[in-house]
Design a binder for this molecule. Sequence first.
Ligand code: GLU
Length: 292
Amino acid sequence: MTGVVGRFAPSPTGPLHFGSVVTAVASYVDVHAQGGQWLLRIDDVDLPRIERGATAGILTTLEALSLPWDGQVIYQSARGAAYAEALAKLEARQLIYRCQCSRKTIGPRAYPGTCRAKRLRGDGACLAWRVKVDDEPVVVDDVVQGRYAQQLASHCGDFVLRRADGVYAYHLATVVDDAWSGVTQVTRGSDLLESTPRQIHLQRLLGLPTPRYAHLPVVLDTHGDKLSKQTHAPAVTPANAATAMFHALAFLGLAPPPESLGADCGQLLAWALPRWSLAAIEPAARAYALPA
Ligand code: GLU
């Protein structure tokens, strides 16, 4: 045991696609190259967005990719008590406040703190909870993307930790769970780099450690859009797992020999492990089409 712990945390809003496989493979190989543990967390906190059957499909595809996770799968839907406890800690120190503003009244700008001084009361029904931010820049020293700094006050303002409908925000859930499960390394898509300062802010307020961050280049489709369910990214399933594995390694800067295309995923991973280097990853987002 090296104490290195990584995780893959898909949202079960649909099947895995090539972009999610790139993230899974990179985080798996990176922790295994360091003799660490790789956890699987299903980010199903936002129940209305969840697609029936998606979690089962994700687990089956990870098995077909030869990416076994350590320990039990962690389900965010079962972790509400931990999120409530974190919120209560912040409330006791007056670091959060209730907010009645709707997204419509705020618009796309940073939240101007309208409800900060209102001291709204109530048991939370119909009111969101926001955490206070300040104007000190928060710096992320990302292993792949380099240094990234953001001033939360102008970027987003005081941000939501629990929505008015009672759903805990991704930022709170991920910070609480990463710390609870002992995650030391977060390896995920670069679309989440701009979320990281909010997560570091929460870690500091809650007295939690900040993991090492590695934000991988996002995979784009031929229109320049991030692969996602919304952009109809093709699914990776057990049927095309070996092809996806080969191309994920190629996207990540390794050059698997052409004759290994279609080879067993376990063999490809064994080939990749001793060659793995985060430094070989080209940081910029780019298009990559998985052959049909
Ligand atoms: N569940 C998030 C997603 O699928 C990723 C969370 C994370 O890696 O922090 O986009």
